[in-house]
Design a protein around this ligand. Structure first.
Ligand code: AMP
Length: 195
């Protein structure tokens, strides 16, 4: 089962994606975490491609995302138990959605579900602002946050519309407790796939 979890920064989508991967007993794959690992290891063959862009907070090229996603999908098919992946971090652009389809097709797989953790831009800003107090991350400055969120909503909207059109979108209300959202996702996924 191949599932991607979408949501803006501050939506808690990574937490939900990890909980879902535990529930389904399929691996969790985060493009952002993998990019950070590559950027911290000069011996990695992709180091030169990611180091400059990701350290500035910019998106890395689709070529890199495709390579790491392809490897993660290959690994997910080597296991004898549940084959699948809960993907966190991509697609972020319309053309990445097409790339995911193509990569999965190469392995005779398809995207089964796209979960959108729906949180308003205002709520995301509030959550990030309270995190700033604790973590003091420079890229969490209010102007940078607003800009990132606006870009996110603009770029993700057509992706969500397309998944809705295909009938594989599951939109969940992200303005509840972690437990409530996780339970909702579990129930809806179980119902959809007859688990
Ligand atoms: P994240 O932890 O998801 O915010 O990702 C951290 C960094 O990894 C981003 O700032 C990008 O540089 C890179 N990254 C992660 N996912 C993608 C993606 N789908 N497309 C392009 N760059 C990405």
């Amino acid at each position: 089962m191949y599932i991607t979890v979408l949501g803006p920064q501050g939506s808690g989508k990574s937490t939900q994606a990890k909980l879902l991967s535990e529930f389904l007993k399929v691996p969790y794959f985060s493009t952002g975490s993998r990019i950070r690992e590559i950027a911290s290891n000069p011996n990695n063959p992709l180091y030169a491609f990611v180091n400059e862009t990701s350290s500035k907070g910019e998106l890395v090229s689709n070529v890199v995302i495709n390579k790491i996603l392809n490897l993660a999908i290959e690994d997910s098919l080597k296991v004898t138990s549940n084959k699948g992946l809960v993907i966190d971090g991509t697609p972020r652009r319309l053309n990445q959605m097409e790339d995911i389809d193509e990569i999965l097709k190469l392995h005779n797989q398809k995207l089964d579900l796209a979960i959108f953790v729906d949180v308003s831009i205002e709520e995301c800003k509030k959550r990030i602002a309270s995190r700033v107090e604790i973590e003091k991350r420079v890229d969490d400055a209010p102007e940078a946050v607003t800009k990132r969120l606006e870009i996110y909503f603009k770029e993700t909207f057509p992706i969500i519309e397309e998944y809705k059109r295909r009938g594989i979108l599951l939109k969940v209300d992200g303005e509840r407790t972690i437990e409530e959202i996780a339970e909702d996702i579990k129930q809806q996924v179980s119902k959809k796939f007859g688990l």
